[in-house]
Design a protein around this ligand. Structure first.
Ligand code: HDD
Length: 682
């Protein structure tokens, strides 16, 4: 019989109650009768060791955390489906590309690289873009990034790279930032990193949304067809929404306004049925094409411009389901570049070769067991069977005696277990000969031509952002000789870049670095620029609408439906979050002004009565709302009444600033031409 006791959940004296549907039990199924009080000797006496309910609960809690990923610790993930749109059986026997319309489930995890699991979403950083295809021939993990090149050419340098960029070893900071001595010291001594560094200093490294990033497999891989013919292939993800990026000041302010900016954006879009989509494209080429290039296709610091090898779109990925549980799926997801399926093969890229070991190895320390493949998010969705047995946390119960192969148990009527099949994975035959050496091929020796090509492919604004990012980062570097050495490399990439960064830092131009190979003038590639490829659309864009008591409901409704009709969303903001009396009705705003700064939105609008606008014109949150929107080159729509706020902020009507009725059109873009007037860039 239940004893009378003080119920700490209701504050009443009464019997402990069971709430909710399912019965609360221990991990071994034993039902709880009281989840509020531990077992005591007397109402005010000591807790008893016997309390197995308390001990199991605390024991489990004490071990809730697992080691975070050494890199890419902070990630956001989603489930989805890949559909083959253009089958390529002539190129590969990979079953997922065999038929038009064939669907393959996927799990995707996007991540920042340097920060810890609890760090922010918008630092300047490369973003991970890891896709697990659960094919009917096993899992294929394409573990890529949103930047198509990598910092180093050989996996043996990876621990040095990561140590240098992570928080400094003695002081434990900075978190999630490359703007510090050790990173730039390393980079300045490793010119092979320059191509990736210039991408990382560009707007690619501050994406507006995970839904608006490109993804790349980075390395050259191989396709192998039914007859065993192999070709080289590079993999690309192209976001259907197009690429968009943040302004640096905006990304820094977002770190205060919303640590989870990207994670929330992804989760909310999927929850609202606004599913993010990417085209999947391949660049396929042969040895002759590879031989014709002035760089090595096995070098992961190089791209092949799509003007040279065009992209062929062969599929579409739609992310349509949020994880049910962050830990079980996102944290426990284990991606392995070594997970490859028949029809796809590795190249000899020395970075890729090293990765094939690293990821399998790291899962053992992160997930604690060789059986991490049994965790639901990692398990193949096709049947799998082998003779590997036992180990920590074995959750399967293999039957029979066949745990070795070959065996003849079938002759005794027993199940002999699985056998290798001729249709299984076959490595593409390749002649390999050479001396055993620790050496870097001379074909990997040009570190400046492609950064130069990247710089020359940018718009003026984009170049200014890159130069300013170098200035910002190097201004956080305390070691003068490191700053100078970086600038000495930038001069070789392009004299103008070196000069602008030196000027921005206020230092004399150092002597140029001496390259192993003199840089070439490769043709620029427009496909590399975000601004040149901007999709003028409201899809996926979010408007922050500032309203207050008495605002015109008809106007709010009209603006909202115009934005929503084109796939955008409107977030209403008011001085208070409670229900508002409007002219023509009531409305409960989505957010409060102080907690909803304009950095959270792609464009802003104000529909206010003159008296409320007057009041807000004395509130720094409202002034900051429009000032930031203006400085971040966003559209601002306003009513007559709200003009007083703009006047106080010193903003006049002009390109991208005008009546709210024009906002649906204005909100499709950023106003790059405004930038020179609001920011002193390098
Ligand atoms: Fe890596 C994680 C991408 C080079 C070693 N890497 C990791 C993730 C991504 C990448 C997206 C996160 C996976 C997830 O969401 O769980 N890494 C890359 C790319 C590279 C690259 C595109 C170059 C082309 N990585 C690289 C090298 C090594 C590693 C050269 C080691 C020799 N990477 C790891 C790791 C991680 C990892 C330490 C940490 C957690 C994990 O693997 O599962 O093993």
């Amino acid at each position: 019989m239940a004893r009378k006791s003080y119920d700490s959940t209701t504050g009443n004296a009464g019997e402990t109650q069971q709430r909710g549907g399912a019965v609360l039990t221990t991990n071994h199924g034993i039902p709880f009768s009281d989840n509020q009080n531990s077992l005591r000797a007397g109402a005010r006496g000591p807790t008893l060791l016997e309390d197995f309910l308390l001990r199991e609960k605390i024991f489990h809690f004490d071990h809730e955390r697992i080691p975070e990923r050494i890199v890419h610790a902070r990630g956001s993930a989603a489930h989805g489906v890949f559909t083959c749109t253009d089958p390529i059986p002539g190129l590969t026997r990979a079953s997922l590309f065999a038929e038009k319309g064939k669907q393959t489930p996927v799990f995707v995890r996007f991540s920042t690289v340097a920060g810890g699991a609890g760090s922010v979403d918008t630092p300047r950083d490369v973003r991970g873009f890891a896709v697990k295809f659960y094919t009917d021939q096993g899992n294929w993990d394409l573990v890529g990034n949103n930047i198509p090149v990598f910092f180093i050419q050989d996996a043996i340098k990876f621990p040095d790279l990561v140590h240098s960029v992570k928080m400094e070893a003695d002081r434990g900071y900075p978190q999630a930032a490359s703007a510090h001595d050790t990173f730039w010291d390393f980079v300045s001594l490793m010119p092979e990193s320059l191509h990736t560094v210039i991408w990382a200093m560009s707007d690619r490294a501050i994406p507006r949304s995970l839904r608006m990033m490109e993804g790349f497999g980075v390395h050259t891989f191989k396709f192998v067809n039914e007859t065993g013919e192999a070709s080289f292939v590079k993999f690309h993800w192209r976001p259907v929404l197009g690429m968009q990026s943040l302004i640096w000041d905006e990304s820094a302010k977002l770190q205060g306004a919303d640590n989870d900016y990207h994670r929330r954006d992804l989760f909310e879009a999927i929850a609202a049925g606004d599913f993010p989509e990417w085209d999947f494209a391949v660049q396929v080429f042969d040895q002759a094409l590879a031989d014709s290039l002035p760089y090595d296709v096995l070098d992961p610091t190089k791209i092949i411009p799509e003007e040279i090898v065009p992209l062929r779109v062969i599929g579409r990925m739609v992310l349509n389901r949020n994880p049910d549980n962050h830990f079980a799926e996102n944290e426990q997801a284990a991606f392995l570049p070594s997970n490859i399926v028949p029809g796809i093969d590795f190249s000899d890229d020395p970075l890729l070769q090293g990765r094939l070991f690293s990821y399998l190895d790291t899962q053992k320390s992160r997930l604690g067991t060789t059986n991490f493949h049994q965790i639901p998010v990692n398990a193949p969705k096709c049947p799998y069977a082998n003779m590997m047995r036992d180990g920590l946390m074995q959750t399967q119960v293999p039957k029979g005696r066949a745990n070795y192969e070959p065996n003849s148990l079938d002759q005794a009527g027993e199940d002999p277990g699985p056998r290798a099949s001729a249709s299984g994975f076959v490595t593409a035959p390749q002649e390999v000969a050479g001396d055993k050496l620790r050496i870097r091929s001379e074909t990997f020796g040009d570190h400046y031509s492609q950064p130069r090509m990247y710089w020359r492919s940018m718009t003026e604004n984009e170049q200014a952002h890159i130069a300013s990012a170098f200035v910002f980062e190097l201004s956080k570097v305390g070691l003068g000789h490191v700053r100078e050495r970086v600038v000495s490399h930038l001069r070789v990439i392009e004299e103008d870049l070196g000069q602008r960064v030196a000027d921005g830092l206020g230092i004399a131009l150092p002597e140029p670095a001496s390259p192993f190979r003199a840089p070439l003038d490769l043709a620029p590639s427009d496909a590399l620029s975000i601004q040149k490829n901007w999709h003028e659309t409201l899809k996926g864009r979010k408007v922050g609408l500032l309203i207050a008591e008495g605002s015109d409901k008809a106007g709010i409704d009209k603006l909202t439906s115009a934005i929503e009709a084109e796939g955008g969303t409107v977030f209403t903001i008011a001085p208070k979050v409670g229900p508002l009396k409007l002219k023509g009705g009531t409305l409960t705003p989505d957010g409060q002004l102080a907690g909803s700064p304009s950095v959270l939105f792609d464009a802003v609008a104000m529909i206010l009565m003159p008296d409320q606008a007057e009041k807000l014109a004395r509130d720094s949150a409202a002034i900051g709302f429009v000032m930031d929107a203006f400085a971040h080159l966003k559209a601002i729509g306003h009513c007559k009444g709200s003009a007083v706020i703009l006047a106080r902020a010193g903003i006049e009507d002009g390109e991208g600033v005008g009546p709210w009725e024009d906002l649906p059109d204005m909100a499709r873009r950023r106003y790059w031409a405004r930038e020179a007037g609001v920011r002193d860039l390098a």
